[in-house]
Each structure stands twice: as C-alpha cells, then as structure tokens.
Design a binder for this molecule. Structure first.
Ligand SMILES: [Zn+2]
Length: 476
C-alpha cells in the first residue's frame, strides 16, 4: 500500500490589528469585545487591507522560496455558517499572492524537499462554542473576536508519505514562522492549524481516493490522525470496500477519525472577485528590498553550523531551534573561538540550568560575553571545568561577570609555581614512606602525592602543574 499526504496549513499573521479592520488581534479576551461593523459583516461596512499582514505574508512566501506575484486578487468564498456573519469569506482563489516553493525535511528516509502548491492571504472566521451547561440550554454560542484575523494558507503538493514526514514538515514550518517573526506558530492558541489529505492505494502508480481530516491543532494529533487513517483505509481496501471522498474529524481521546460530511466540490463556494477591494499590486522595488533584508533561514544556518563549524547534527539543530539562541551562540563564538566546545557547553550545562529554572535563554541574565568569558577561564586553567558548573548559576541568575563570580566563590585555580612548590615541600616532608617508594622506582605513588597536594590547596591547585613540581623536587 502507498500512502500519499498533502497538507493545508493556516498560519495566523502576527499583526496588531485584523485583516480588514482596526480591531485588536489580542488572544484570550472576553468574547465579542474585538468586533466592529466590518468584521461583523454589517451592511455597508467596507474592508480596508492591512498592509502589515501583506508584508508578513510576502516575507514568509519569499523564505519558502515561492514565486511572489506582483498582482493578485481577493475573492469571495460563499457559504453559510453561524461563525461567518457576512456569509462569505474574503480569500484569494485563482490569483493567489504566491505559488510554488518548498520546505526541506529530514526524516529516517533522509533529506527531502516538500513542494508547495501555493500560499494565499485570507481572513479567519469566528469561533463556535458548544456549551454543554444545561442551565444554558446546551446552546452553541459564537465568539467573533477571531473573525477577520489575518491568515496565510499554505498548500503543499501531495509529497509526504507518512505521519512522521508530515510532523517534520510542520515542525520546520513552525520554526521558520517564529524565526521570521511572521507568527507565534502557537498551535494551542490556534495560530497554526492544519488540515490533512490522506489517500492510500494498493498500486504505487495510482493515487487513492482523497480523505480530508479537518482542524488538527497539534503536531502529535496530525501524526496520530494520519497513522490511524492510513491503517483504516488500508483495512477497507484489503476487505474490498472502496474509500469514500469525505471530510473526517479526529477524535483526540479515542485516537480515531469519524465522518463529518461528504466532500463539497469547490464550485459549491461560488467564488467571484471581491468587488470591495482593488487588485493587490505589489511594488517591485519594495519586493527587492524585502528580499535583501531576508535573514539567514534556520535550515540554512543549521547546515552551515555542521559544515563550517563542525558541529554535530544534534547541536546544530538545537542551536537553530530559536533565532535568539542561534544569535546568542554566534555572539559567543565571536568572543571565544571554539564553536564545538561552546555548542556542547550550551547544549549540556546551559540547557540543563535553563530546564531547571523553567526559563528561556533571553529570560536569564546570561550574556554571550559572560559565557565566552567563563569558557575562556576554563581553557586558560584559571578554573577547572568542574568549578565552571558552580560559576554558571551565578551568571544565569545574577548577571555578575565570570571574574566576579569566580572571586566570590573563591574558585580561582592556583597556577603559580612558587605557591605550588610550598605545598609540594610540605607534602614531601609529611609523607616519607611514599617518597621513598617513589625514589625506589614506584612512579605510581606520584598520583597519591598529587592528591595530598590538592587536598592542602583545597582543590585549587592546577593538578598538571602540581604533578610537574612534585616530580622535579623528588628527582632533584
Ligand atoms: Zn473589526
């Protein structure tokens, strides 16, 4: 059996106001407090295009390698639903703002590129809330705060073949939208939603009948829904039942899909050009300047870290998950020229501390200069690697410099040969038996003597230097 998967992803653009009116996009406020005649669809109210939403949509489309069209058009998608007061949604139909493009993914099957069909701008609908409370009569209520929120819809080609690939695609897309500041990518708050098309066919050369699963709101749900649907369709086909083209709902608790409705053909929506908005015309110089401002993309930076800095795939992925972390790392290695050590320290000691504190890097007092300073002190043997683990929490919590922290904790390693010589003389005087053993050729005893010296210095002596000084004294 061959499985074919395509995705449709709605990404909410991070603007301050809605797509066609000045209402706030703040999430979680009292229902129906961010509404006006435009987003409520009152007669005579006219839409005004939000330029910031267009700007964010173009930025994302460019990063996805799309062809951004200088002229695109808004259309009305007509349907009746209680959460859609105008009885039509303003979207883009046959002339979207962007077409083609791709997203790279890496799964167990290796590195692949998932092609995109198109990306278009549209407005969101309101939100129906089904109230189970009997005192409210088990009614359905509608919150129009979400109505008119700016979205970009991204449609992929049917290029994925497993739930894992879809999961990886979404993970990488979310990393990109957050990286660019185009969207929070927060699926729990509905800022990223996904519809899935799955078809299974016994013949790899033929595409099976497409089944759509609507409104999945976590990456895990997407993967679970695909895994279930793959199995269900294969079972149907195996038992001689044909697959019906339909829209299904994923039940989070049962882990199964159930029929929602049979599939509407796209002409049911009676699309026609939106008469209240002009054609969307983009300025070619403005497009060029947006292209010039495009930052290095997360997957580009990830491969560069592996290729040019020699980082492990794990460290490179970890450091490019968030743009702020990647920038922190780059500033650190500008001051401390050992990328592999810096990456591994950030991935272990720093990551563990952030985890303990439940904070992100930018929520702490740690600066790239402080981390570079700390790593340099370890490198120069000013402090031991073990001691650095006591210093780090101070840098993270209080923002003192590494030198201040080392001084406060009394951790400075003694690398002064004359101070070490004093300790060594004491150790030799107090351990006559071991000294005799060493002189008669039992070299291993040196380890014991170094240990005694370390104890005397309260662990602060540079162990390598201590060994050298003792050896010289004993041989003289
Ligand atoms: Zn409004």
């Amino acid at each position: 059996m061959t499985t074919t998967i395509g995705l449709e992803i709605h990404v909410q653009l991070a603007t301050r106001t809605k797509m066609f009116c000045g209402c706030s996009t703040t999430f979680g406020d009292e229902p129906n407090t961010h509404v006006c005649p435009v987003c409520l669809g009152l007669p005579g109210a006219l839409p005004t295009l939000n330029a910031e939403a267009v700007h964010l949509a173009i930025t994302l489309a460019m990063a996805l390698g799309c062809e951004v069209h200088e002229v695109s058009e808004f259309s009305r998608k007509n349907y009746f639903y209680p959460d859609l007061p105008k009885s039509y949604q303003i979207t883009q139909f046959d002339r979207p703002i962007a077409t083609v493009g791709s997203v790279p993914i890496v799964t167990e099957r290796g590195a692949r590129s998932i092609r995109l069909t198109r990306a278009h701008i549209e407005e969101d609908a309101g939100k129906s809330m089904h109230v189970a409370d009997i005192t409210l009569g088990g009614e359905t209520l509608v919150d129009f705060n979400r109505c008119g929120m700016p979205l970009i819809e991204i449609v992929t080609e049917p290029d994925m073949q497993s739930g894992d690939e879809a999961y990886e695609f979404l993970r990488n897309l979310r990393r990109l939208v957050r990286w660019l500041g185009v969207s929070s990518g927060d699926m729990e708050k509905g800022a990223m939603r996904c519809d899935v098309n799955v078809s299974v066919s016994p013949d790899p050369a033929l595409r099976g009948t497409k089944v759509e699963i609507k409104n999945l709101n976590s990456f895990r749900s997407v993967k679970r829904a695909i895994d279930y649907e793959e199995q269900r369709q294969a079972q149907c086909l195996g038992g001689g039942t044909s697959i019906v083209s339909e829209t299904r709902h994923f039940d989070e608790v049962q882990g199964t899909t159930t029929v929602m409705r049979s599939k509407e053909a796209s002409n049911d929506y009676r699309y026609f050009p939106e008469p209240d908005l002009p054609l969307l015309q983009l300025d070619s110089t403005e497009l060029e300047s947006l292209r010039a401002q495009m930052p290095e993309l997360p997957w580009e930076m990830q491969s560069r870290f592996e290729r040019d800095l020699g980082l492990s795939p794990y460290d490179a992925a970890l450091l490019t998950e968030e743009r702020s972390t990647a920038e922190f790392f780059q500033q650190t290695i500008a001051l401390y020229n050992n990328p592999k050590k810096a990456a591994s320290y950030m991935g272990t000691e720093v990551a563990r501390l952030l985890n303990e504190r439940g904070k992100t890097l930018s929520e702490t007092q740690l600066t790239p200069a402080a981390l570079a300073g700390l790593l340099t002190m370890v490198e120069n043997n000013t402090i031991s690697n073990t001691a650095s683990k006591d210093v780090l929490p101070l840098l993270v919590d209080t923002g003192v410099t590494p030198a201040e922290a080392v001084k406060n904790l009394g951790l400075e390693q003694v690398s002064d040969a004359s101070a070490i010589k004093d300790y060594a003389c004491e150790v030799i005087a107090e351990n006559a038996t071991q000294v005799e053993q060493f002189k008669s050729g039992k070299e291993a005893v040196l380890g014991f003597l170094v240990g005694q010296l370390m104890k005397k210095s309260k662990g602060k002596a540079n162990p390598k230097l201590a060994g050298e000084v003792l050896r010289t004294l004993l041989k003289s």
